[in-house]
Each structure stands twice: as structure tokens, then as C-alpha cells.
Design a protein around this ligand. Sequence first.
Ligand code: SR1
Ligand code: MG
Length: 394
Amino acid sequence: MPYQTFDSAAAIAFAQSRGFLPQHAEVSCTEIGDGNLNLVFHLRAEGRGLIVKQALPYVRCVGESWPLTLDRARIEAETLLAHAKVAEPFVVKVLDFDPELYAMVQEDLSHLVLLRRRLIEGERVDGLSADLADYLAQSLYAYSDFALAGKEKKALVSQFSNPELCQITEDLFFTDPFREHERNDIFPATRPLAEELWQDVMLLDAVAELKARFLSCPQALLHGDVHSGSVFSGPGELKVIDAEFGFFGPMGFDVGSVIGNLLLAWCRHKCLGNQDYADWLEEECINFWQHFEDRFKTLLAGTEDLALASEGYQSRFINQVQKDALGYAGCELIRRTLGLAHVADIASLEGGQRTEAEKRALALGRSLILASQGTCDIGLVRRLLHPSPVRFAA
Ligand code: SR1
Ligand code: MG
């Protein structure tokens, strides 16, 4: 069937035609997509739920003036399926994919809540850092040179070539927010800080390094957009969704996206005076990295590549992932403050509180990016969140 954009009736017909709904059942259908890109339909029939997700030929949050490849639906389905093979409990189930309609059927996760909502509301999410760390350690390791034979990895790099979605990240993450650009969206009170940041030559230099690694460092099959709006959670369960930005890139990008989003929530709660919750977020950041490192090291010990089994190399590799992650976390803080795509953690704050949260996000982002170019580790996050007072010699 040729591609056409679904409405509710078409989404139901699609699910029926693929055998997911009884032909004559009463079906309810609501379009629930609140992301930036796709249509998402929630279907319910006979007490069971399903998701039908379809790519639009343009960027949903901007409109038809920004065309975008439909192939992202294939990338999303294949990335989720690939990650589910090695980190099954943490990945939404893709039940079916139609390559002509660029539509897929996914399991219903409506019993879970979007992580971003939980973080905004100040809920402590049990097991959050450990689950996210396991998801990333298992999926990144399994699709890296440590686990794949050279030929197999190269074939996958080509299968997951995702130039248009990568271009979005290249522009919105690394380029626009660091200069005046029409796609930026800057809160008026924050503009003077943005203009100051754009003059910081050392910062721009460090961002160039991070962007260059994003462009040319195919270490593993990334999720590519693992922010807290791409994660659902509930008691004892965490599921990652929305992998249309999947491609082979530097592992630190996914790891840093998680850290950056925890820190965006930290900026919110710090400004609201929720110190206990801000402290919990800080602990989650540190635990997340430590758990990731432990799990990743255990997996590395099993590599069958005799050359890459070198302990010294593996230790330098993990250190580099950590530095990259801190740098990318810094970019996430800045691009969510100055760029096109903001996050509700901060954008839902009013007036002075929003200004204060954005000021913190920019300062934190800048420090992380600069530090990522030198010797640094996750302990830096603690030091940045608790700056010690400047002492002058007597
Ligand atoms: C135009 S897309 C804007 C942002 O939404 C996605 O979730 C990615 O984070 C992208 O940068
Ligand atoms: Mg998304």
C-alpha cells in the first residue's frame, strides 16, 4: 500500500490488517504523540492496548517547511529490535513494522509514566540509574568492536547510516546554540548570558572537538536521543522508546544525554528549593556512571578480540567515554536552554525561577564542556554542584 499519513481510522485499519485487532471489535483510538517528530496512536480493544507509530514526511514540531526522511521509521524499528536482543527488559517491544507505510506496532506502555514527568514532579524512581546504566552498557558493548567481528560491524554501520537525523543533532546540539541562529529559542532574560557564551573561544573550541567525535567516531550503535522523554518507568520497570536517531557514534553521546537530562532536572529542583530531591538527582548521576563503568568493564573482560583485550587500552577507552559523556552532557544542558528544543523541566518554570534555572544550566554546561577536554571524571559533577567558596590568602 502506498504511503499515506494515518488518521485514527487508518491507524485502526492498519493494526487490524496486520492481525493485531479482531476485525469486528470496538476499538478506541487517540493520537497521543507529544514528541517533536511522529504520529503516535493509542488503540484499545477488548481490554488490550497497542501503539501504532508512523513517521511523517516532515518535522512535526516545525511543520511541512522542514521535510524529513521517512526512513527514520526503519531506523527506529531496527535500532529498538537490535537493542532488545541484548537488553530486552529495557526496550519497548516492536511487534511489527511496515516498510511502505513507515509505520510500526509497539507494545502499549500506558501503565508506565514518562520519566521526564516523574523527574519534574520530584518523584524518586527506584532503580533508575542502575537500569539506564545496564541498558546502555549492554547495548553499546554488544554493538561495538569489542563484541562484533570487523565485517559484521561494518555492515551494521552501513545499515544504520542515518544522515538526516544525525544532521538534526549536528545542527541543534552542536552548532545553533553556540551562536546567533534563527532556529534558537532564547528566553529574553537569558539572552545576555547567551551572547557572553558565544564569545567564549575556548568553549567553541571544545564544542568543535565534541562535534568532530560525534561526526567521525562510529564506536557503537547508539540510541541517539536518550533524554528523559524517551524513557518510560514504573515500579520495577524501565522502557526506552523513540530510537529514530540511532546510528554508529561515540558511546559517550548516549551516556552524556542521560547525565545531561538528570542535570536539567537538578537545575529545576535547585531553583525550586527542593534540595533533598536535587541531592537525589546528583547521587543518581554519580551512581549511573559508576554502574555503567562496572557493567561495561565486566562485559569488556569477555571480548574475544585478542588485541582489544589489552587492559591498558580498555582502561583508556573507558576514561575517554567518561570524558566524552561529560562534554556531551554539557552540550545537552546548553542546547536545551538556547536551542530549538527545550525541556519542560526548565521551560515550565515561571519568570525569575526560569531565569535562575537557565543560568545554572548554562554555567554547568559550559564547565562540563571545558573540563571534558582535560583530565576529568564523574567526581567533577559533585564539585560543580557544590562549588567551594573562593578563599583568598591572608
Ligand atoms: C527537530 S527535532 C528536535 C529534537 O527532538 C528530538 O527528540 C531530538 O532531541 C531533537 O534534537
Ligand atoms: Mg523523540
